[in-house]
Design a protein around this ligand. Structure first.
Ligand code: PBG
Length: 326
């Protein structure tokens, strides 16, 4: 036998010499849930080990992440039900929870990057990412853009570095780019949720924010999990519209989409390792059915292999700690 592939696997020195994909804390973004109040850490039942944090705890968590090398956080505010309205006006309240949380982190950690989500669902009494026509139930694309732009500018004013439109309205990247530029935020990045699928893997996130749609589903704006050409079409549009980074969401069942975007576009690619994926790993690990740390590191490394430059993951802190110990 002349050819023995096992020679390149014979010990850890050669294995690490020829390893193709590497994971570092610099690739990771930690999503964090924020609530009002003081000294609050409320656990999320379907996301073991994850909490909704009041701003004081949020800042402490951000500090810990920063010291571990995770230098970008994505904020998701869990808004009081009494502030949710059909027009989602709380989304652009300069003294609202989201803006206060952004300012508090920036004050404590000026070099930490903050990603602000842009979509109406945390603020909408309908639980949809866009405005809902009260008569027909239709999600109104163009009227929503105006609110999204106000939300993005509110976040940029508070100090956000990256705007993450997760709403899937048509034309929103160029609309947001123009609105940000007009207000002087030309260096604020847009990480577009380019290929965001209508997925059941978002269940635990909707528990965390209590943001599930009151009626219907999100299938008229989020993509059909059966499609991949559509992801290429969305990516081409986002590139033309000025996106800085293209994101695929969810992650694990969509590695082929990550790979296709990486092959076809020169923009950096992000993957969102979503709440339901996190919940599955935690549940199996709690039962002793899988090795938690090994599964986490394998999962994140495979995102890198598939083509993700950036990974949004609830495992960010755990992974950064494991990387330090290695
Ligand atoms: C909503 C939004 C969702 C997530 C991020 N932003 C849920 C949804 O579309 O219903 C899901 C994240 C996760 O499951 O981890 N704009």
């Amino acid at each position: 036998m002349l050819i023995r592939p096992r020679r390149n696997r014979k010990n850890e020195v050669i294995r690490s010499m020829v390893r193709e994909s590497h994971l570092s804390a610099a690739n990771l973004i930690a999503p964090l849930f924020v609530i009002d109040g003081k000294d609050q850490m409320i656990s999320i039942k379907s996301m073991p080990g994850y909490f909704r944090l009041s701003v004081d705890h949020l800042v402490a968590e951000a500090k810990e992440l920063y010291e571990l090398g995770v230098k970008t956080v994505a904020l998701f505010p869990a808004i009081n039900d009494s502030l949710k309205t059909p027009d989602a006006r709380e989304a652009y309240n300069d003294s609202g929870l989201n803006a206060r949380a952004i300012r508090a982190i920036k004050e404590a950690l000026p070099d930490m990057m903050i990603m602000g989500d842009v979509a109406l669902d945390p603020y909408s009494s309908d639980g949809h990412d866009g405005l809902v026509d009260p008569k027909t139930g239709e999600i109104l694309n163009d009227a929503t853009l105006e609110i999204l732009a106000r939300q993005a500018i509110c976040e940029a004013r508070a100090g956000v570095d990256i705007i993450g439109p997760s709403d899937m309205m048509d034309g929103r990247v160029s609309y947001l780019r123009q609105a940000l530029d007009q207000e002087g935020f030309k260096n604020t990045l847009i990480m577009s949720y380019t290929a965001k699928y209508a997925s059941a893997f978002y269940g635990p996130f909707r528990d965390a924010l209590d943001s599930a749609p009151k009626k219907g589903d999100k299938k008229t704006y989020q993509m059909d999990p059966a499609n991949s050409s559509e992801a290429l079409r969305e990516a081409a549009l986002d590139e033309q519209e000025g996106a800085d980074i293209l994101m695929v969401k969810p992650g694990l069942a969509y590695l082929d989409i990550i790979h296709q975007l990486k092959q076809n576009f020169s923009l950096p690619i992000a993957a969102y390792n979503v709440s339901g994926e996190y919940a599955m790993v935690k549940a199996a690990a709690q039962n002793g059915w899988i090795d938690h740390d090994k599964v986490v590191m394998e999962t994140l490394t495979c995102f890198r292999r598939a083509g993700a430059d950036v990974i949004l993951t609830y495992h960010a802190k755990e992974a950064a700690k494991i990387l330090l110990d290695q």
